[in-house]
Design a protein around this ligand. Structure first.
Ligand code: SF4
Ligand code: SF4
Length: 110
């Protein structure tokens, strides 16, 4: 571990937990940026929460009652970081054209 010392009064913990936004900002919808969406295979998912941790837009959360990861289509921008970081290969990128509700098919996207 480094001996670096922060200036007095400027100390910060080495790790931090960033809470998910407490409220969705409907003025900042990013779901319509998406060309591909991460599709989950619940059979493969081990609920490791990597997707929750890595998603820059807090678009995955665990439904504790159902014991399933839940995806937020309105704010997922399709960066697919979650699919890359999923150790169980439970997330697959699928083009929006494959979906009836794909963002490219919406007359008025959101
Ligand atoms: S594709 Fe990107 S924005 Fe969408 S859920 Fe995965 S990490 Fe989050
Ligand atoms: S990263 Fe993959 S295995 Fe882990 S909770 Fe997300 S979908 Fe499931």
């Amino acid at each position: 571990m480094s001996d670096f010392k922060f200036p007095e009064g400027k100390e910060v913990p080495r790790g931090a937990v960033l809470p998910a936004p407490v409220k969705e900002n409907r003025m900042m919808i990013t779901g319509n940026w998406r060309t591909d969406r991460p599709v989950i295979d619940h059979e493969k998912c081990t609920l490791c929460l990597n997707c929750f941790i890595y998603c820059p837009d807090a678009c995955w959360h665990l439904d504790e009652e159902e014991e399933k990861m839940v995806w937020n289509a309105d704010f997922c921008k399709g960066c697919l970081i979650c699919a890359v970081e999923c150790p169980a290969f439970a997330l697959t990128a699928v083009n929006e054209l494959e979906f009836e509700d794909g963002v490219v098919r919406l007359e008025k996207p959101f």
